[in-house]
Design a protein around this ligand. Structure first.
Ligand SMILES: [Zn+2]
Length: 100
C-alpha cells in the first residue's frame, strides 16, 4: 500500500512538472508574441488619442481602468476612461482625444 502511495506521489510530481512546462510556454507566448503585439497597438493608440479635441492640449487627467483589448479585432478597441483637459476643462473619454 505504501508503494502505491509513492508511485502516486511520483505521478503527481510528473504531472505538475508538465503543468509548469505548459505554463512556461503560455507565459512565453503571452510575453514575447502577444505582448509585443499589445505593446505596439497601445503605442499607436496612445499617440492617436492624446490631445484635447477642443484646445489641442496634451495636459489631461485620466482614470486608469484597464480595458480589454481583443487582438483579433483591434479596431473595436475603445478606451472609455474619463479624461479631463487641464487647460480648458473639456471633459470626455480617452477615445475622443485626438492626435492633432
Ligand atoms: Zn482642452
Amino acid at each position: 500500500m505504501t508503494r502505491y502511495g509513492k508511485i502516486d506521489d511520483l505521478n503527481f510530481f510528473e504531472d505538475s512538472n508538465k503543468d509548469n512546462e505548459m505554463d512556461n510556454i503560455k507565459d512565453y507566448i503571452e510575453e514575447h508574441i502577444m505582448g509585443r503585439d499589445r505593446e505596439t497597438f497601445f503605442k499607436r493608440y496612445n499617440a492617436a488619442h492624446r490631445r484635447c479635441p477642443e484646445c489641442g492640449s496634451t495636459h489631461n487627467t485620466q482614470t486608469l481602468v484597464a480595458k480589454v483589448l481583443d487582438l483579433e479585432n483591434k479596431d473595436s478597441y475603445r478606451d472609455t476612461n474619463n479624461a479631463i483637459c487641464v487647460d480648458c476643462g473639456w471633459n470626455g473619454i480617452v477615445h475622443d482625444l485626438t492626435n492633432e
